[in-house]
Ligand binder design. Structure first.
Ligand code: COA
Length: 250
């Protein structure tokens, strides 16, 4: 929005969306509207798109970023838990593409899908998210190939741990001064929301006009390190012994 875009933000909870839209509009001076939808509902997404078109008349850029996450081993994960995350991340991205594609084609715009680096290695307790995000990466590549001739680009941003987000609170062990999971990045620091914003601006800009079908990890190099932030193999042999290190139930 700081670069001149108006925005429609999508989420399940109207009160949080309305507050966020108000704060963004006031802080930046561009218009931001709340459009309530659960990405698992094609009908709700179509309504959100209709509201966006009624307000702004066009859609140039779409960020497919809905995600669910919690730490749980396969042995303790219900079928519904796995399905829920795939429905939010992978099917939700597909539903978002379906709801917006005609408009993005019309403006020869671009998509960014927010994936992850979790599935590049075998990250314990993340089978659901790893499968879901691998699907997101594949979806983006197919979209890039199918829609390239229509002038539409599609890329993936794969964030590493980003400070101050719900994701990092849920899947990274609690902050400890000596915790290498928090401090041991090749970049020497955790990622920030601004790091993801900069990658987004780049991929949507003309500077990335010849980049499509790609996955851009924005993780300070962390993907080249170990797969798990928890003690291994202790955490997979006895997950309960590391429960004190993480936020959600297992
Ligand atoms: N551990 C194990 N299973 C869990 C779980 C956890 N921490 N949280 C949810 N589940 C299971 C539920 O038990 C349920 O399975 P069941 O019916 O077999 O019991 C299934 O997942 C669906 O959970 P439910 O709470 O009914 O689904 P929901 O659609 O309301 O919410 C999430 C699912 C993932 C969206 C919810 O956990 C959430 O709000 N997460 C916050 C968003 C988030 O994770 N953001 C960060 C992304 S990196």
């Amino acid at each position: 929005m700081r670069h001149g875009a108006n925005a429609a933000i999508v989420g399940r909870k109207l009160d949080r969306l309305t507050q966020a839209a108000k704060e963004l509009s006031e802080a930046i001076g561009q218009e931001c509207i709340p459009t309530q939808a659960d990405v698992r509902s094609p009908a709700q997404l179509k309504e959100a798109v209709a509201k966006t078109i009624a307000k702004f008349g066009r859609i140039d850029y779409v960020i497919c970023g809905a995600a669910g996450n919690f730490l749980v081993p396969i042995s303790g994960m219900s079928e519904n838990a796995f399905q829920t995350v795939v429905e939010i991340d992978t099917i939700g991205s597909f539903n978002t593409i379906k709801a917006t594609l005609d408009y993005v084609r019309a403006s020869k715009g671009a998509y960014i899908h927010v994936s992850s680096t979790l599935h590049y290695k075998g990250m314990p307790f993340q089978a659901h998210v790893s499968a879901a995000k691998a699907g997101v990466d594949a979806l983006s590549a197919v979209l890039a190939v199918e829609e390239g001739p229509n002038g539409v680009r599609s890329n993936v941003i794969a964030p590493g741990p980003i400070q101050g987000t719900e994701g990092i609170d849920r899947i990274i062990p609690k902050r400890e001064a000596s915790n290498p999971a928090r401090n041991g990045y090749p970049s020497g620091r955790e990622g920030t929301v601004g790091d993801i914003g900069n990658a987004t601006i780049f991929l949507f800009s003309d500077a990335a006009a010849y980049i499509t079908g790609q996955v851009l990890p924005v993780d300070g190099g962390a993907m080249h390190l170990q797969s798990t932030f928890l003690p291994y193999p202790q955490s997979v042999i006895d997950p309960r012994s590391v429960m004190h290190m993480i936020k959600p139930k297992m």
